[in-house]
Design a protein around this ligand. Structure first.
Ligand code: SD4
Length: 301
């Protein structure tokens, strides 16, 4: 029974990621299991410089991963700055289920992962290492806005975090977010993706939201929480995402011209909406009718 089940994800690879999640939802599985399956797909099957095993490292050459998972009842778990573990989203779920905490970071997160049966493995790919060595020649930290998608030169792929939201046949919501964060970040930098309320927020009473882009802006604005609260006040998912983008701009008008921020939201009724600061953001929608729907998000610039 699929009922009104639906799963949505950020970016074009959200299509295959949604399909991995859909396998769970189509069999009547839970939204929580679905988003974990979808995020796991992105962590290990996708080769992308901003997610999982193919991610670009920090400026010290270390690939560190951030992830979170949350269900509609407020249960949540997250890991940040996790090194040498292939599936941070599953570690995040273990934090939620097998620890008294919400967020574990760095060495402690890795120690916990190993205790929970995850294997340590060196993840940095030769391609990512080569990109880092190239970066060392200039050491310039200047995230580009979806440059490749817009046909511009440069390393665009600082904005490809996967954020995924699902609604299951029972009407429960869940979300997950997983990323290697901003390429060439300072060692120890944590983005929005593992911060509940910034990169991800889910509330069964209202809806769910996730984010992609320069995480500092999401943290500054408690952005995913903001999107959900705006939906609680009656905004549609698209309106809520738009107002959250407006908030980002109001807070830092100058910076907003050069960095990307994208929101994706789904309400309890399964309505979906998105908004981005700059054009180029796409998101994938998957339900019983269609499993390969890729949509362009509206944007301010
Ligand atoms: C972060 N939001 O760590 C992430 C990066 C990203 O799409 O790629 N977002 O700030």
């Amino acid at each position: 029974m699929q009922g009104g089940a639906k799963v949505v994800s950020t970016w074009d690879f959200g299509v295959p990621a949604n399909q991995a999640a859909w396998k769970v939802l189509a069999q009547g599985g839970s939204a929580l299991d679905a988003v974990e399956a979808g995020a796991r797909w992105a962590e290990s099957e996708l080769c992308n410089p901003t997610v999982g095993h193919c991610g670009n490292p920090d400026r010290d050459g270390v690939l560190s991963l951030d992830a979170s998972i949350m269900d509609g009842d407020g249960r949540c778990g997250a890991v940040a700055a996790l090194v040498d573990i292939l599936h941070p989203v599953s570690v995040a779920r273990k934090v939620m289920e097998n620890s008294p905490h919400v967020l574990l970071v760095g060495e402690g997160a890795q120690q916990f992962a190993v205790q929970q049966g995850f294997e340590r493995q060196h993840l940095l790919t030769p391609k990512a290492e080569a990109a880092w060595r190239e970066w060392l020649k200039t050491e310039k930290y200047a995230p580009q806005i979806n440059a490749e998608r817009r046909g511009l030169p440069g390393n665009s792929d600082n904005h490809d975090t996967i954020g995924m939201l699902a609604l299951d046949a029972k009407g429960n919501l869940a979300g997950a977010c997983t990323t290697s964060g901003m390429a060439w970040k300072l060692h120890g930098r944590v983005g929005d993706s593992p911060i509940i309320g910034a990169g991800l927020y889910v509330d069964n009473e209202v809806g769910a939201a996730t984010a992609s882009g320069v995480g500092e802006e999401m943290i500054r604005n408690a952005a995913s929480f903001l999107v959900v609260e705006l939906m609680r006040q009656g905004r549609s998912p698209a309106q809520a995402c738009r107002e959250a983008i407006d908030r980002v701009v109001r807070k830092r008008p100058e910076a907003s011209r050069t960095l990307q921020v994208c929101f994706l939201a789904m309400n309890k009724q399964g309505e979906v909406g998105a908004y981005a600061l700059h054009r180029g953001f796409v998101y994938a929608v998957c339900d019983a009718q269609r499993q390969d729907d890729l949509r362009d998000s509206p944007s301010i610039y």
